[in-house]
Design a protein around this ligand. Structure first.
Ligand SMILES: Nc1nc2c(ncn2[C@@H]2O[C@H](COP(=O)(O)OP(=O)(O)OP(=O)(O)O)[C@@H](O)[C@H]2O)c(=O)[nH]1
Ligand SMILES: [Mg+2]
Length: 356
């Protein structure tokens, strides 16, 4: 059977092989992705980012377990986890020790965990991640967690893949991390203060709330975010408090701050409720469709850039190209003029020193 068909049929070995093909950017992998594309667009893509060691993997483990074993009356979701360039290996849950029987997760056929090292992604990390996510989506995983470390351009690019982005913070990080945080705060849909069992957690919540207030200065926004785990009476309250109107009838999403202690399993129900609430917001307001379009357009633009470059390279007269580069290096033409000459065959009228 073709790889794409086996993946659709739920074969884990084929899925695993296809993921490797995509990481290696092979033509076989690209072909399978084309065949799978029509089956994508159904999963909830959740980015999880934050400084090293804040507890992202522990939280994802807990959330995966929660959605696999939901409270009565709710269907259990299939969960995929992509850990991008983890600084510590994703163990499938061993970090949690015996508290949560992670063997239940590791041996669960409804969970698939994949780690990807930066060096493993030949076609670029963001595009490889996007490929893996698409395959999981087509394979019928309902929730796909994408874990990344840090706050660089790669994390921001990867966050663009996600429909919901969790930014994970923890008490006791240094000032350099505080600076990083300002950058990732902008991409946060939900803020998590993990390690709430540690001293300083309340202070971390306060600091985040202050940064949020700077981002959302409207005074009436104030009471709507920043509630902590202990202030939550029930998970339904999470759903009720997260959006407000900006007065124009448009619904705004205010990132909630959720306190958790992943190792204890505290706050996981509330965090899961916040995730569902954000997903409901995305579908209710049409924002989800907009994000999906934006993601597809970004991918499209990348492909167009690549293809146009290849076409131009294939048709280029390399001697002429060398000659233009010589003039550029000699400062007798500008980069803009060089591009014009190479793409349109135009000769600039006057060079910067009048020496064309
Ligand atoms: N006290 C406490 N420790 C925690 C909590 N959550 C995670 N940890 C510990 O923090 C350490 C890092 O946890 P991870 O889940 O690996 O953190 P991470 O953010 O995925 O780490 P990287 O992927 O390496 O950036 C582990 O030793 C965890 O046991 C928590 O809520 N409280
Ligand atoms: Mg991790």
């Amino acid at each position: 059977m073709k790889m794409a068909n086996s993946v659709l049929a739920g074969d884990r070995l084929s899925l695993s092989r296809l993921l490797t093909q995509i990481e290696n950017n092979t033509s076989e992998g690209r072909q399978a992705m084309d065949e799978l594309f029509a089956y994508t667009g159904r999963a909830h893509l959740i980015g999880v980012t934050g400084a090293p060691g804040t507890g992202k993997s522990s939280l994802v483990n807990r959330l995966a377990y929660h959605f696999r074993n939901p409270p009565e009356g709710k269907p259990s979701a299939r969960v995929a986890i992509v850990a991008v360039d983890p600084t510590s290996p994703f163990t499938g849950g061993a970090v949690l020790g015996d508290r949560i029987r992670m063997r239940d997760l590791a041996g669960d056929s409804g969970v698939f965990i994949r780690s990807m090292a930066t060096r493993g992604a030949l076609g670029g990390l963001a595009s490889a991640t996007s490929g893996l996510v698409e395959v999981f989506d087509a394979a019928g995983y309902d929730l796909i967690f994408i874990e990344t470390v840090g706050a660089g351009q790669v994390e921001v690019d990867i966050a663009r893949l996600a429909q919901t982005t969790l930014v994970v913070d923890a008490p006791g990080l240094g000032d350099d991390v505080q600076a990083i945080k300002a950058g990732i705060l902008e991409i946060a849909d939900i803020l998590v203060v993990n390690k709430a069992d540690r001293p300083g957690a309340a202070q971390t919540v306060r600091a985040l709330r202050q940064m949020l207030n700077l981002a959302h200065p409207a005074p009436k926004v104030f009471p709507h975010h920043g509630w902590m785990l202990n202030e939550l009476e029930s998970s339904t309250q999470v759903a009720a408090q997260q959006t407000l109107s900006d007065g124009s009838g448009e619904e705004l999403w205010i990132p909630p701050i959720v306190s958790t202690a992943a190792t204890e399993g505290e706050g996981i129900v509330e965090l899961a409720a916040a995730l569902e609430s954000h997903r409901n917001y995305l579908s209710r307001t049409g924002e989800g469709l907009m994000r999906d379009r934006a993601r597809l357009v970004a991918g499209l633009e990348g492909r167009i850039r690549d293809l146009l470059m290849k076409r131009w390279q294939a048709g280029a007269d390399w001697e002429a190209v060398e000659a233009v580069i010589d003039r550029l290096a000699g400062r007798s033409i500008t980069p803009a003029q060089a591009v014009e000459m190479l793409l349109d065959g135009n000769t600039p009228e006057v060079g910067p020193g009048g020496s064309v």
